[in-house]
Design a protein around this ligand. Structure first.
Ligand code: C2O
Ligand code: CU
Length: 461
């Protein structure tokens, strides 16, 4: 029988393995907001391929890869962004339900942070789970070149695992020489988006992690790529989904070709094989070329855990929509717009392929376009979203969580989320309580779609 104590013992052992992941970092111990940490955004280079360092990378912090920022639910967190890039940037805290002024959208919620300047972010994360942070400015370039890291919000009451592995899943658009090539092709931006050429987990091609044989590993992963949608499968071990997009799944379910798009996160419980040296593989089975994203090697004598003994994650304090008093708001995605966008700022791609409710919004500017909807604080709304386009779109709403319901195309597991992967010809309802005042961006997280019109915002007053 699995007890908390035996798991704790296991967790201590596993600390050694987690160290190899290079993610504990100097933010690892941040329990309370003592002095704010400083996070530097800077140019750099990285060993992504075997062709030598890739130049022109953008990253956060001292290490090659952006650190995993660890916070605690209900405890104040403070971070100073120090921008040492030679262009403006900001940080958006994807999935965190925090004050609008901390949301990181240039002109809508905060000014540009110019090169040489800084910005103080301070908030208290209300929910535990796996989230991520990235710029909301010149996003295709900045995320495409590296600026994306994971956020882990811990809850001390969560079950203890034998090990934890955090995976930042993304691609890079590199040529045969390992250097960046053009970030996108307009022709592809008008379709599924332009795909990367090198696939990585934690900036390595198919890295291998050690974990205790027969142990229970909490695998936290985020799809941080600008384009690619994944269909995830674990081979060689059992893996079950325990949280989707940060929030606990109502019921655990086996990972089986689960599709997630840019912006989405999964927490898995991976039950390691019993035999020392046995390897499990996380695969993406979407498209014509299945890829092994990362592997996990069993180490030591089997701990003989049973995943069924793992207690559930603690629930987050999410607002339950009141469907009896909901107002409905239509959102229709389209592959063209009725009007031209105003002059773009902050990384416009110079094209206009997409729109929401026929209004294109090429950029993260609050001024030229009115909000697509105004909601009253505390009321329940249902977004009736339709996707008559031939593409899949990961639609992301800032600052609020919704409950997907009633799709005409896919079975929906009851859960709360901030990103919904809408299929071609799908109609879905997203129910939410407008409990967080401010202007909240609602956009496709395929960044080329976002930056060529598929962006809007809603206002909560
Ligand atoms: Cu993950 Cu508007 O962003
Ligand atoms: Cu899209």
């Amino acid at each position: 029988m699995l007890t908390r104590r035996t798991l704790m013992k296991g967790a201590l052992v596993a600390g050694a393995y987690a160290g190899g992941v290079g993610l504990a970092g100097r933010f690892g111990g941040l329990a309370k907001a003592e002095a704010p940490v400083t996070l530097v955004a800077r140019p750099g280079e990285a060993m992504i391929t075997d062709k030598g360092p890739t130049k022109g990378v953008m990253t956060y912090g001292d290490a090659e890869i952006p650190p995993v920022l660890r916070m605690r639910r209900g405890e104040a967190f403070a971070l100073r962004l120090d921008n040492r890039l030679d262009e403006p940037t900001t940080i958006h805290w994807h999935g965190l339900r925090i004050d609008n002024r901390m949301d990181g959208v240039p002109f809508l919620t905060q000014p540009y942070v110019y090169g040489g300047d800084g910005f103080d972010y301070a908030f208290t994360p209300p929910d535990a789970g796996t989230f991520w942070y990235h710029p909301h400015c010149n996003t295709l370039t900045q995320i495409g070149r590296g600026l994306a890291g994971l956020v882990v919000v811990e809850d001390p009451a969560d079950p203890v695992f034998d090990a934890e592995i955090v995976l930042n899943l993304r691609d890079w658009r590199l040529g045969g020489d390992g250097q960046f090539i053009a970030q996108f092709k307009p022709r592809d931006a008008a379709r599924a988006g332009t795909f990367g050429t090198v696939r990585t987990a934690n900036w390595r091609q198919s890295p291998q992690y050690d974990a205790p044989a027969g142990g229970l590993v909490r695998l936290r992963l985020a799809a941080t790529d600008v384009t690619r949608i994944l269909a995830l499968q674990m081979e060689g071990a059992e893996a079950a989904v325990i949280a989707l997009d940060g929030n606990p799944a109502a019921e655990r379910f086996a990972l089986d070709h689960l599709m997630i798009g840019p912006g989405q996160r999964l927490d898995l419980v991976l039950r390691m094989p019993d035999t020392e040296g046995a390897v499990a593989a996380l695969k993406d089975l979407r498209g014509t070329k299945p890829a092994t994203l990362a592997t996990f090697r069993a180490v030591g004598a089997s701990l003989k855990r049973d995943a069924r003994d793992l207690p559930p994650l603690t629930q987050n304090p999410l607002p339950e929509p009141d469907l009896s008093a909901a107002a409905e708001i239509p959102f229709v995605l389209s592959a063209s717009a009725e009007e031209r966008p105003k002059d773009g700022i902050c990384g416009s791609l110079g094209y206009n392929f997409w729109a929401i409710n026929k209004v294109p919004w090429a950029d993260d500017t609050g001024d030229p376009t009115a909000p697509l909807a105004e909601m009253k604080a505390g009321r329940t709304y249902i977004f009736n979203v339709e996707n008559p386009t031939p593409q899949v779109h990961p639609l992301h709403l800032h600052g609020l969580v919704f409950r997907p319901m009633n799709s005409n195309k896919q079975a929906i597991r009851p859960h709360f989320s901030d990103t919904y992967l809408i299929l071609p010809d799908e109609k879905v309802q997203l129910a939410l309580v407008a409990d967080n005042p401010g202007d909240w961006v609602f956009h496709c997280h395929i960044i080329e779609h976002q930056k060529t019109g598929m962006t809007s915002y809603v206002r909560v007053v």
